[in-house]
Design a protein around this ligand. Structure first.
Ligand code: 5GP
Length: 190
């Protein structure tokens, strides 16, 4: 532990948390670096190995589980595993930076539990589940079946919101961005 902070952004898929996280990464005064997760899902067209995710196969993923390499991991959707390697945090802290995570609610709360003082856990709330569906359809990155799977999970995820340090409602993106930046700035100054 090198005194860096951990900033967790969790939300149902389609809430806009990735947009918020990407915005925060560009704010130099926050001194953030992105925790690149491992996943067993297929890369989307624009995604880059080592930048967006470490894309590994199921066998490799299971080997990491066996070796206790993960700080946390989840089968977020059926046969789609996601996990944070312990070495990611070490890599970022060694650079003297704070870590920002874009992970699901279970993983986010797990990190908060493991590092209660160092972690700011933020839940990004979509205006409604209907709005979520519209956003996911617009995004066109998932099949109808996968969208339905993500929507079904969203209600369960929304129920965990009170366990987070902060809830940000992503109704107007610009407001959510400013609110997020202020919150992170206050936390890292502590
Ligand atoms: P997507 O397939 O849309 O990139 O991600 C699906 C969900 O998995 C998102 O909620 C994303 O934040 C989450 N996720 C990404 N990386 C991790 C991780 O390392 N651990 C956990 N628990 N969830 C993750």
């Amino acid at each position: 532990m090198k005194g860096g902070k951990l900033i967790v952004f969790s939300a149902p898929s389609g809430s806009g948390k990735t947009t918020i996280v990407q915005y925060l990464l560009k704010q130099e005064e926050l001194n953030l670096d992105f925790s690149v997760s491992c996943t067993s899902r297929e890369p989307r067209a624009e995604e880059i190995h080592g930048t967006d995710y470490y894309f590994i196969n199921l066998k490799e993923f299971k080997q990491h589980i066996k070796n206790h390499d993960f700080l946390e991991w989840e089968e977020v959707y059926r046969d789609n595993f996601y996990g944070t390697l312990k070495t990611e945090i070490e890599r970022i802290w060694a650079k003297g930076k704070n870590v920002i995570f874009d992970i699901d609610v279970v993983g986010g709360l797990r990190i908060k539990k493991k590092y209660p003082k160092e972690t700011l856990a933020v839940f990004v709330k979509p205006p409604s589940v209907d709005e979520l569906k519209i956003r996911l359809k617009k995004r066109k990155t998932e099949s109808e079946e996968k969208i339905n799977m993500r929507i079904a999970k969203a209600s369960v995820e929304l129920a965990t919101a009170p366990q987070f340090d902060y809830i940000i409602e992503n109704k107007v993106l610009e407001t959510a961005l400013q609110e997020s930046k202020e919150m992170v700035l206050n936390f890292i100054k502590k």
